[in-house]
Design a protein around this ligand. Structure first.
Ligand code: NAD
Ligand code: FE2
Length: 374
């Protein structure tokens, strides 16, 4: 499929207000007013101090729901919705503050849609029915990782590990009302999480470029985000307390979020979900180790896409893919499926399935050529 031609019509839209800066979280009270709010976060000591900062600015919450775990799945979300229902019985909830990484922000979107009854969201995810029963309580997203971009997207990944499935809750009403991006919150993020979440953001940027839905605004955000992540992540991995580097990465991750908020992701993400489910690979690694391979598959397939990738990697895109591979390897991320426990036959069937799926169909590369290359 040909990419966007220069005179093609396009539309870009993102309704989320972004407040960016070191210590921006201390101004969160100004965004809540006198309303009752629920705070969603993890039950880990490092989040207690961040929770205290939110409360110092926003006042006492109606409830703190802190049972969210990474890649939130049905039981965790069901329990969180039950806690929300209890808070809701005491009075209306005006807003949800999500203080955490993608897992917490995505959980907040489920809470916003479920209004205390997880079964409604589950029904919609599994059957596509019941959208009229879903609500959209306003969300203020405060990301503590520089990765998912969930603070500026309208979808949430919901994991049903027992059934070996991943769902996407996607509703325009679920764009957070405000994203407070305070890069200082990530200063305590350990190296492995800094790298994996930063690579998730790089994947969002690149996946929005080799994408049938790319437009000039998404592409501009994606190019600037990708360049910045390539520059910043290696020095940051060796200097985790550097607030200038954290600030640059925080901005880039949100820019990547703005890019893919309009395009969705593509092949590398599609490939990642079964690898996370069946091999326990962190999302950011699962969706980035294949980027050099996917880039080689797309190089030459579409002139607009080639030009955008050249703005990041230079004119020779195969050399660019080598650079990307070396970048990942320097960060300790192997770039072949076997490095992540995926054998050749499994990889082949994953690629076939991914190309046929919704995210894979966003991919600008030529499916037949990809399959021939396996
Ligand atoms: N909605 C979207 O647009 C979107 C996009 C990409 C990924 N996702 C989803 O987001 C989830 C992953 O989110 P994530 O990568 O941000 O990680 P996460 O939210 O799962 O957090 C991972 C770990 O990092 C810790 N952590 C987070 N911030 C910290 C900090 N500042 N200091 C110390 N520890 C900290 C958490 O306690 C947790 O143990 C996955 O479920 C993925 O599918 C969603
Ligand atoms: Fe992602």
């Amino acid at each position: 499929m040909a990419g966007m031609t220069t005179n093609a019509a396009w539309r870009y839209w993102n309704p989320t207000e972004i407040l960016f800066g070191l210590d921006a979280v201390d101004g969160i009270g100004g965004k809540i007013g006198a309303g009752r709010y629920v705070l969603v976060t993890y039950d880990e000591p490092v989040f207690q101090a961040m929770t205290d900062r939110v409360i110092a600015s926003a006042g006492k919450p109606a409830a703190v729901i802190n049972g969210i775990t990474t890649n939130p799945d049905y039981p965790v979300l069901e329990a969180a919705c039950a806690d929300y229902a209890t808070a809701r019985q005491a009075g209306p909830i005006d807003c949800i503050i999500a203080l955490g990484g993608g897992s917490v922000i995505d959980a907040a979107k489920v809470l916003a849609a479920a209004d205390g009854d997880f079964a409604r969201v589950r029904r919609y995810l599994e059957t596509g029915d019941g959208v009229a029963d879903l609500t959209a309580t306003p969300i203020i997203a405060v990301p503590t990782t520089a990765g998912t971009g969930s603070e500026v997207t309208c979808w949430a990944t919901v994991w049903d590990s027992a059934a070996g499935k991943k769902h996407s809750l996607a509703l325009p009403a679920l764009y957070p009302r405000t994203a407070i991006v305070d890069p200082g919150l990530a200063l305590g993020l350990p190296r492995a999480l800094t790298v994996s979440t930063g690579l998730d953001a790089l994947s969002h940027a690149l996946e929005s470029l080799w994408n049938v839905n790319a437009n000039p605004v998404s592409a501009s955000h994606a190019i600037s985000a990708a360049k910045e992540i390539l520059d910043v992540l290696p020095p940051l991995a060796d200097d985790l307390q550097n607030s200038d580097l954290r600030t640059r990465l925080g901005k880039a991750a949100t820019m990547a979020g703005l890019a893919f908020s309009n395009t969705k992701t593509a092949l590398a993400h599609s490939l990642s979900y079964p690898i996370t489910l069946h091999h326990g690979v962190a999302h950011g690694i699962a969706c980035s180790f294949s980027l050099p391979t996917v880039m080689r598959w797309v190089a030459g397939a579409d002139s607009d896409c080639d030009a955008r990738l050249a703005a990041i990697f230079g004119q020779d895109l195969n050399a660019g893919a080598d650079t990307l591979q070396a970048f990942l390897e320097t960060l300790g991320v192997g770039t072949v499926p076997a490095d992540h426990g995926v054998r050749a036959e499994e990889w082949r069937s994953l690629v076939e399935d991914a190309l046929a799926g919704a995210r894979g169909r966003n991919f600008l590369g030529d499916s037949a050529a990809v399959l021939a290359d396996l």
